[in-house]
Design a protein around this ligand. Structure first.
Ligand code: ADP
Ligand code: MG
Length: 694
């Protein structure tokens, strides 16, 4: 037996044994502690279940019984009525629902249910209008002494009754060994029960209120640890010194502004103000700039870099793809064509000799402004005097890569930019140690993109007619496909690959039009050449994969066709769509779909009706969970035990506030919080690289 009883392997628990232990392992449960923390997926609430004879009118009560009749009626005035008759102990009871047709399908004859609501006496019988319904399954042992039955997630071969018994035995045997790492004063302030009490009530609640409070407490602990870890990391970043003081003057400001062919929007100015303040604060900037597609983040980045350079430091801008890096480079070159600032492009495509030369310029400090891909964070890249790093489209990078720039003697200022409107709750977690600037404003003159779903052959033909017409009047078009090449997967018309589409459009829908092709597996020179021709207007229609997803900026391209749109995430579609509608022409986005599945259509509808990236991301997040919004790589495996970032958003906010108060006030460093700190380090030191953060 291990020293800590809570780590006792499950097979040694009362009523478990090796066979059941194997089944429990499939649920990720290995030790007594795992079992204690195993949240029931829901509960069957049998509190205040009464015999029909004992009902009182007007008070919320519950009745258990068997469904003997299900009735649906159309009433006058277009109203509908669903009524269910229950045979209960002591008589019959009727439940009614007005205008909720769907309730009709919720019941099976002879099924056992619990109805809760306020009964009234009507036509010689008790009736509960609009009750809450709980279905009783075969696994629910209603004769048990418990008034609230937890229901657990199971696996093949494990019965609910067994699981309940095992969990209860575990609680009874082990809960006394659970110590709460938070001091009593903290719990009083936050109205939290002691952890052992919460675990007990999670599995053996007397009523639903207890069960919910217990669950909230566990989720809170889970998120508290995580947020403390973030707060510690942030404190470390802030404390590390010296961070160079990069001062701006009105003269520098005016000189930078003169470079842009437009005046900055109020949103851009606000973000710049945040950045300027950070840069001259003396402690390292760690800022996330969130601004929707097309909001003009590049200008903000360039402003910041020029401030750093004016203060005598180097600055670099890192982008996630070569395409985007080259585009940024071209923007920089255009804006700084008359400037003395020494610029350098660093991509993975440089030959050995050129690369050596570039590295030398970076090392010696001759290169003042460096634009590059991830080649910038390779070990042999050493800056002489780096002041500011801008990372564009952060969601494409592992969060941890931020750390790589700071490994030198001096801390650098860091600006992370993203158009992925990260849902608030994720922002508080994954990016929770960054300060946040949000720019919700688009430059003037942007039009709303007209978006439509196209799901029939007739409408597809119409769309192509429309597109041909626009092409002939000088507009350019993106055609986006989910895949690069053909595969053996069969599609209704086999069009899903970029290469096949490229060939087909030339022969069919877009005969005589100059068509180009880019995708990720293409040779980089060819890719760059195709992009350049598209930008120059020589290529009229560009067939591509999602390589054009982020950042690509060709104002004359105002039409986009997305094939098999249902295969993309909403936020990704929003990003893609953000490529168009940048110039003076009305933008059109056609979402071609080959599905009539309701949920897919509904997701795409969200895109048709909203152009707000934040709304779309929230919708996506709710429909698909965080992993898909940011890419699983990004979200990673946060070692959260019971919390769910979507479901528990409210608790997350409280936990975050508590955690940051503890850390920022220094309270966490007091002896009575030592246990809590140890628990945080135990759980998060590795996954969040806290040790690197001191
Ligand atoms: P994103 O935020 O998506 O990275 P970009 O930086 O690519 O956006 O900018 C999108 C387009 O808007 C570019 O063509 C850029 O020149 C233009 N732009 C940026 N700021 C302004 C502004 N203040 N007024 C007008 N156009 C602007
Ligand atoms: Mg951009």
């Amino acid at each position: 037996m291990p020293e800590d009883p809570l780590l006792t392997p499950l097979q040694f628990l009362t009523g478990v044994g090796p066979k059941r232990a194997e089944l429990l392992a499939k649920l990720g449960l290995h030790t007594a502690q795992d079992l204690l923390w195993y949240l029931p997926r829901d509960y069957l609430d049998l509190t205040d279940v009464r015999s029909v004879r004992d009902l009182e009118s007007g008070k919320t009560q519950s009745v258990r019984g068997k469904v003997v009749d299900i009735d649906y009626r159309q009433l006058t005035g277009g109203r509908t009525l669903v009524a269910v008759l229950l045979e209960c102990e002591g008589g019959y009871l009727r439940a009614t629902w007005f205008n909720q047709v769907w309730m009709y399908k919720k019941f099976q004859p002879n099924e056992n249910v619990v109805f809760s609501g306020k009964p009234k006496w009507s036509q010689g019988r008790w009736e509960i209008p609009n009750p809450e319904v709980q279905h009783i399954g075969e696994e629910d042992d209603v004769s048990s002494a418990l008034s609230v039955l937890p229901r657990y997630g199971l696996t093949d071969g494990l019965k609910m009754a067994e699981m309940r018994r095992i969990a209860q035995a575990a609680v009874e045997q082990f809960v006394e060994f659970v110590t709460d790492p938070t001091p009593p004063a903290f719990r009083v302030k936050l109205q939290l029960p002691a952890l052992s009490d919460a675990l007990l009530k999670l599995h053996l609640p007397r009523n639903m209120h207890e069960a919910q409070a217990a669950k909230r407490c566990l989720v809170f602990h889970d998120l508290l640890d995580f947020q403390i870890a973030l707060a510690l990391r942030r404190r470390y970043w802030k404390r590390r010194s010296p961070a160079p003081v990069l001062q701006t003057t009105p003269k520098i400001d005016a000189r930078i502004r003169r470079l842009f062919p437009f005046s900055l929007t109020a949103g851009q100015d606000a973000a710049i103000l945040d950045i300027v303040n950070d840069l001259q604060s003396g402690s390292a900037m760690n800022r996330l700039l969130q601004a929707d597609v097309g909001a003009g983040k590049t200008a903000i980045a360039i402003y910041g870099m020029l401030v750093a350079i004016a203060a005598g430091y180097q600055a670099c801008l890192m982008a996630p793809t070569e395409l985007l890096t080259v585009q940024h480079w071209q923007t920089v070159e255009r804006l700084l064509s008359h400037s003395r600032v020494q610029r350098l492009l660093l991509t993975g495509g440089l030959g050995t000799k050129d690369r050596q030369a570039a590295l030398e310029q970076i090392r010696s400090g001759t290169a003042q402004l460096v634009v590059g891909t991830q080649a910038l964070i390779q070990k042999d890249v050493n800056f002489a005097k780096l002041g500011l790093v801008v990372v564009d489209e952060q969601h494409r990078f592992g969060v941890m890569q931020r750390a790589h720039f700071s490994s030198g003697a001096e801390t650098v200022h860091m600006l992370v930019m993203t158009a992925t409107p990260i849902p608030r709750s994720l922002c508080l977690t994954q990016f929770g140690d960054l300060d946040l600037s949000i720019n919700g404003e688009l430059p003037p003159g942007r039009q709303k993109i007209v978006t439509s779903r196209v799901s029939t052959a007739v409408n597809r033909a119409k769309a192509w007619d429309f597109i041909r017409q626009k092409v002939h009047s000088g507009r350019q078009v993106y055609v986006v496909c989910p895949r690069v090449e053909d595969s053996f997967e069969s599609f209704s018309d086999g069009l899903a690959s970029a290469e096949a589409m490229y060939r087909r459009l030339q022969e069919d829908e877009l005969q005589g039009v100059h068509i180009g092709l880019v995708h990720g597996q293409m040779d980089r020179d060819l890719k760059a050449q195709q992009m350049a021709e598209f930008r120059a207007g020589k290529i009229q229609v560009l067939v591509s994969t999602t390589v054009i997803e982020v950042g690509v900026d060709v104002p004359n391209a105002n039409i986009m066709v997305i094939f098999q749109a249902e295969r993309f995430g909403l936020s990704q579609l929003h990003q893609l769509r953000g490529r168009i509608g940048r110039g003076d022409f009305q933008g059109y986005c056609f979402l071609f779909t080959e599905t009539d599945k309701a949920d897919a259509m509904q997701r795409l509808l969200a895109l048709e009706t909203s152009t707000n990236g934040f709304e779309i991301a929230e919708a996506d997040f709710k429909l698909r969970g965080p992993g898909d919004v940011l890419g699983t790589r990004q979200h990673g495996d946060l070692p959260l035990k019971v919390a769910d970032l979507v479901r528990d958003e409210a608790v997350l906010k409280e936990a975050r506030a508590a955690a940051f108060t503890l850390v920022d006030s220094g309270v966490l460093d007091q002896p009575d919080y030592a246990m809590l700190k140890i628990r945080v380090l135990d759980r998060f030191e590795k996954p969040m690289e806290l040790s690197r953060s001191g």
